[in-house]
Structures are given as C-alpha cells and as structure tokens.
Design a protein around this ligand. Sequence first.
Ligand SMILES: [Fe+2]
Length: 414
Amino acid sequence: MLNETVWSFCIPATIKFGEGAVEEIGYEVRKLNGSKALIVTDAGIVEAGICNKVETILRDSGVEVDAWTKVEPEPSIDVFAGCCQYARQKGFDSVIGLGGGSSIDVAKVASMLTKYGGDILDYIAPPTGKGKKYPAPGITMIAIPTTSGTGSEVSPAAVISLPEQKLKVGISDNFQRPDVAIVDPLLTLGLPPNVTAASGMDALAHAIEAYTTRRYDQKIKPATPAERAIYNGTNNLTDICAMESIGLVSRYLRRAVNNGYDIEARRGMSLASLLAGIAFTNAGLTAVHAMTFPVGGEFHTAHGITVALLLPYVMQFNAKGDASRFADIARIMGEAIQGLSLKEAARKAVFAVSELALDIGIPLSLKGFGCKESDAPHLAEGAMKIQRLLVGNPRRIDLKDLEDIFLKAIKGEI
Ligand SMILES: [Fe+2]
C-alpha cells in the first residue's frame, strides 16, 4: 500500500508579471551577477523589434549583450547544438530565451551545456540518448515569452525534434527550470489570431490535464525527491493554479483571438498561460500531450492545434473513469450544471472545450492535416511510447483505447 503524502512545488525563483515587466530585464541580470548575456531568439522577434528593445535595455544597465537569432519552430537537435556551441565559445554568464516556447527551450539547454559541456544526446532520455542528469543548475537562465501558451517560461523541459527519426524527444530536469520568468503581456499584443488560438488552447490543455492528472499515490511507485520536483501529481497549489487558469482562458481567449490589441484579454491570457505552466510542470500531463508526439512528428501539425484537437476526445474518455473533476471544469468554464448528475456535468465540460475550439477557428478533426483512419493504429503505438505522460492519465489507458480515441479524432466524431 503506497502512502505518498509529501508533495513539492517548484517555480522559478522570480516571476515578474505585468505590462512593462520586460523593462526590468537589466536589473534581473545584474541581480544574479550577470554581465555578459546571450539572447536566444528567432528572426520574427528580431523583425518585430523586440530583440533590439531587450538588447538596448540590457546595454543601458551595463550588461554586455549578443543575440543568437537562428531558432526555428519545432527546433531540431542541430538548432540546439548550434546555439550551445555559440554560447560556449563566447563565455556568456547569462542566457535569455526570448520568444515562443522554442526559443526558451533552446536557451534552457544552452544554459546547461555552456556550463557542463557534452553532447545534447547525453542528456536525452534512453533509448534515444544516455539519460545523463545535470549535476547542478547551469548559468543564469531568464525566460521572456512572447506568446501565451507553452508555459515554457516556468517549465523544466525542452522539446527537441529529431527530423530523421520523425521523433520529438525531451530533456526534463528541474535544474533546467529558468531562474527568472518575465511575463509582459505587451509583448503579445498583435500576435496573429491563429497563433493566439493555438497557443491559448495549449494553455487550456495544460491546465485541464494538470487538474485531472493522477496523484502520485495512485501511480506505480512512490516518488523519489528528484521525481517529486516534476510531474508528481495534483496537489493543493497546482489545483488552485489550474482552476484559475481554466477560468481565465474561458473568459479571455475568444476576446484575444478576436482583437489582438485587447490588452485586458492579453493580460488574462498571459496570466492563464503562466498559471497553467506552473500547474502542469508540477502536477503532470495526461494522454492528450502523449498523443501529440506521434501526430506532430508525422504530420508536422502545430503543437497547440494538435493539443486543442485531441483535448475534448481524451476528456470524453477520461470522464468515464471519474467524472467529478470534469464536472468542476464545466462549472469553472461557466456551464450551467445545477441539478445535473456528475456524468452529465462532465459532458458539459467536453462540450465547452469543443465549442471554444470551434469558436476560435480550430477544427475538431485531424482529417484536414492529411491524417487517415488507417493511421490510427501506428499513431496509437507512437503515443504508447510516451509512458512518462500516460502514467499520469487519470483513467487506465491501453493501446486499443488510444487507437479508438485517434479514430474518433480523425473522423471528427465528438
Ligand atoms: Fe503543450
């Protein structure tokens, strides 16, 4: 009989939130004794003038600064390696990930390898890599997101694409969690509707999965202290963050998609994403995110879209295991559930999520991405490999279940 009652809750040492927060980046670098910083970003952020702005603030604070601007969406291991090599050669003491989840992920790994060297593959989990652990934190790492969704600014993980193997792998290590997260909603003003929609649904999935994942005492074995620092099941604090995040997405995502300059909606979505990131990186994720890996690897669908598409189907499956938490989600999303049974209320949560996705232009079928019904079996096999996430699914799930869910998502039968 397992008796796991201890939980831990890990977040960056400093979280700075609000309009204009980015103006304090120089202060934050100096506070951590930084004097030579590398900004890791992509061409779009340079074009938007955001990189230049951050460079100027840093220089005005007396910090020497350089930028590596070659991050690509869904970055490959070569992109990671290129950045790490550059950062090591020039002797930086701080790395700043500026942009979407990709730039922040690349910056995280650069902060570690600048200090410890070695090959990225050493740190990727087996069978792909050697599963080596970092001995201690890397050089100072600061994350500044310019989208609202990935939660990468508070997460200990980096997702790496291996194009030749059509595979996405990750390095998850609590030492990789940024030291500082600066979340400035002004940086998200004017993001195009499709990016806002996809990243916003990613945040919603993080919150819903974090709220419904298994507590550790229901998992296979008690956690070690190191395991407890990531994905250790729901706890009182992750529940509070997840519930608040679900409410914020319900209130503000449609508005942010409809008008990219609605600052109140942008602020709400920035906060929702931050809270969802805090919740899921402590509590864990479920089958939804496990199932995105084979789909993204094969059909190159954007992460947020894939997540949004699969979310209601997995919720429908999971609610049959225990409807109570899904009934809570329906209530938080503003559905009228008074007088309904738990089962009926849970169905309202599935409806609320599907309706939100459709309202912001996300389809509910994988067909449009070139995915056929005959793909369901091998997609299910691919998802089955992501056991580190499946172990957190609240309802027991096997290969046949995954195949059934994929089939429904391909046909669009919600
Ligand atoms: Fe995600």
